[in-house]
Design a binder for this molecule. Structure first.
Ligand code: FVH
Length: 293
């Protein structure tokens, strides 16, 4: 166990799955006294050997410390696990992935039980926890008091980014980033599919693709700038009219290569709709307004 536990905040950790165990281990290694509980007790054995105190029940673990961190499978399991515990005057930090509405409801639920509530959305996978150079971090939202009081402790496993008092905002930021990631994965899948049957080494395409995607990243900031100003023609280099004119090339090439356009077509359809509505001098920012119902 790490030395010098003096003045380190004591932490209770509920849930020792892949993520919960990784989080717990970093607090232990940093010298934070740690009480853990997991539904399947065997998963606590390794942490016990490293110095964690293992509680017999979730209620006992919650009673041990003011700072209670929860990282379970889903919101339903959080409700089940924490139901029997006395939450009065606890700082409950829930790092379980949930929807914004679940997080808000969980915040109300915790408040009704006398707890202060902070929600978290983890932008990392377990090997990134406790590895600052990996760049993982956690979005936090909800009680600013809890965030500020425990920021140093919460910063031990990964970076911390507070995004507001609305308890649903951490989950919303988490899902926004993940959704963008899947959009990128969809584009990457289509690109590799196009060359799949050719004598083109995927390993040769990969760096070209990666560099191109990185070169396109400034578009994210331009989009934000246009949304804030309301002027979707601001600093446009490639107009929507020009881009839509190029879409038959993309679709014909896919057809020629025997590749389904089911990933690409929905986005191109939205571009065409925006053009039809008169957005020809914009770039693609207007598509966002078609998505918001
Ligand atoms: N692992 C990852 O890559 C991602 C990265 C981003 C954030 N997620 C979220 O973190 C939450 C926990 O994920 P995890 O990786 O720790 O998940 P598991 O290894 O499957 O462990 C699940 C824990 O939840 C316990 N559990 C499940 N159902 C119940 C229940 N009904 N009652 C009590 N506990 C329950 C489970 O206990 P056990 O199976 O060991 O008894 C584990 O402790 C999650 O929200 C991710 O989306 C991870």
């Amino acid at each position: 166990m790490a030395q010098n536990t003096l003045e380190k905040t004591s932490v209770t950790m509920l849930g020792l799955g892949a993520m919960g165990a990784a989080l717990a281990r970093t607090w232990l290694a940093a010298g934070h006294p740690l009480t853990v509980w997991n539904r399947t007790p065997a998963r606590a054995a390794a942490l016990a050997a490293e110095g964690a105190r293992v509680a017999d029940s979730a209620a006992e673990a919650v009673a041990a410390n003011t700072l209670v961190v929860v990282c379970l499978l889903d919101d339903t399991s959080v409700g089940k696990v924490v139901a029997g515990a006395d939450l009065a005057d606890k700082d409950l930090v829930n790092l379980t992935t949930s929807t914004p509405d679940q997080a808000r409801a969980r915040a109300d639920w915790a408040r009704e039980r006398g707890a202060r509530y902070l929600d978290g959305g983890i932008m990392a996978v377990p090997p990134m926890i406790g590895t600052p150079e990996a760049g993982g971090y956690v979005f936090y939202s909800g009680s600013r008091t809890v965030f500020e009081r425990h920021q140093e402790t919460l910063g031990v496993p990964a970076g911390t980014t507070y995004v507001g008092e609305d308890a649903g905002f951490a989950a919303l930021h988490d899902v926004a980033l993940l959704s963008a990631m899947y959009g990128m994965f969809a584009g990457v899948a289509h690109a590799f599919a196009l060359v799949r049957r050719e004598d083109i080494d995927p390993a040769a395409l990969a760096p070209l693709l990666a560099d191109w995607l990185v070169a396109m990243v400034p578009a994210v900031h331009q989009t934000a700038d246009q949304l804030r100003s309301g002027d979707y023609t601001r600093d446009v280099v490639s107009t929507l009219a020009m881009q839509v004119a190029g879409t038959p090339t993309l679709l014909s090439t896919a057809e020629g290569q025997g590749v389904s356009t089911e990933l690409l077509s929905p986005y191109l359809d939205l571009m065409r709709r925006r053009l039809a509505e008169g957005g020809g001098e914009e770039n693609v920012t207007g598509v966002i307004d078609l998505l918001v119902r």
